[in-house]
Design a binder for this molecule. Sequence first.
Ligand SMILES: Nc1nc2c(ncn2[C@@H]2O[C@H](COP(=O)(O)OP(=O)(O)OP(=O)(O)O)[C@@H](O)[C@H]2O)c(=O)[nH]1
Ligand SMILES: [Mg+2]
Length: 450
Amino acid sequence: MKDTICAISTPPGIGGIAVLRVSGQEAKAIVSRILKSHKKTFEHGKFFHTYIRDPGTDEVVEEAIISYFQSPNSFTGEDVIEISVHGGLYSPQVVLDLLIKNGARLAEPGEFTKRAFLNGKMDLLQVQALLDLIKAHSELQIKFAISKLRGDLSKKLSQARDLLFELIKETEARVEFEEDIPPIELPEIERALKEIISNLDKLLEEGERNALVFEGVQVVIAGKPNVGKSSLFNQLVRMERAIVTPVPGTTRDLIHEEFFLDGIPVRLYDTAGLRKVSEPVESIGVRKAEEIINNAHFVLFLIDSSSPLTDEDITLWKNLKKDRITVINKIDLGEKVNIDTLENSDKYPTVKVSCLTGQGIHSLEETMKEYVKKYLVPASEISLSKRERHLLRAMKNELSEALENLNTVPLDIISFYLQNAFNYINEIYGWGDMPDRVLNSIFNEFCVGK
Ligand SMILES: Nc1nc2c(ncn2[C@@H]2O[C@H](COP(=O)(O)OP(=O)(O)OP(=O)(O)O)[C@@H](O)[C@H]2O)c(=O)[nH]1
Ligand SMILES: [Mg+2]
């Protein structure tokens, strides 16, 4: 028998109420031990008012509303009792201690959700959706999380799974009872495989792009030393985060902050001014800057407005293999720069700003919003987590192997590829044998009490 778990499910702090949750076969027995009156009966979906009593001292320690959900009709699928108490700093803890003293065990992070999963109340796609929902910081993230929770992705995947299952049946039958049934129609198998692969491709493309809603867009501020990168960084993140001085080469380390543009998380990096240096600390900074630029979705390329372009600007611009917004800074000192000579400069939007006065910053933010949307045009609300993407790709690889070798290898090998693909799709749902290591890595992301 599994033990009965308990936790405070509301965040710590003073509030209207706090809720404790108890789940497991012994839930009723344990909670009964700490109630003032034993006459209360637990009825599924009903609640009652009572007092919490310490059975050791017989003293009343709290007032509570108790609700009961009978197995299997509860969040975890087990008997669940929720105890609502006054939302203080200390009293929920007193009740929790009593539950533990009387036979319950403190739940691990995400253990309620893990039990819900193990009892077949939700699949791993829904678990991920729940996690996305809890961690959501924007309306857009909520929309995507709800879509997954309601099963939009599950439906799409189950089409692929059903088709694949049919194929496995076809091939397995031939492998097992070769003589008794007509030979397999290879062109049919080929057509079906192509269909599944092409659907997977679409799903992967869409789901990966839309994952930006959760994973965010990486934007890097780059330019030669002293053009005002750190000043711009501070303006955009609205705090004095990075050190600003008139000395070129001030910034050496990578600094980043996150903020939202129209509900999409942006991770903005300030970098060391890009130049050739022999000084070891700064040159490490330059190397790190180059690395992070490579990984960025786009760059804010900073140019000093107060003097003409230098060779440094021109070389950096030319070597930058990234999409960019050109930001001309220090316009309060006059507009002496002409960027027309920069290769393809008209291909990118240009915004003029002064990080000293704040002029143009709003307009830059608007341009950035437009830019962010270039990377994210959600035609649907389907998004794929890293785990889901990884498994879908693995599944696709197996199917591609099957397709490639269809006419050249024996059918049992094709069937083997198909089985592997089938195992991957089941793993996305969390069906079949799931190693504890994998499950823990998912459920540990939750807090205690969820
Ligand atoms: N007048 C004026 N000065 C500015 C503006 N933006 C930045 N500065 C000044 O330019 C100098 C360099 O600014 P930083 O923000 O440190 O420049 P940086 O590009 O981060 O420099 P490094 O980290 O050394 O590469 C500082 O003295 C800033 O006060 C601006 O819009 N107008
Ligand atoms: Mg700097």
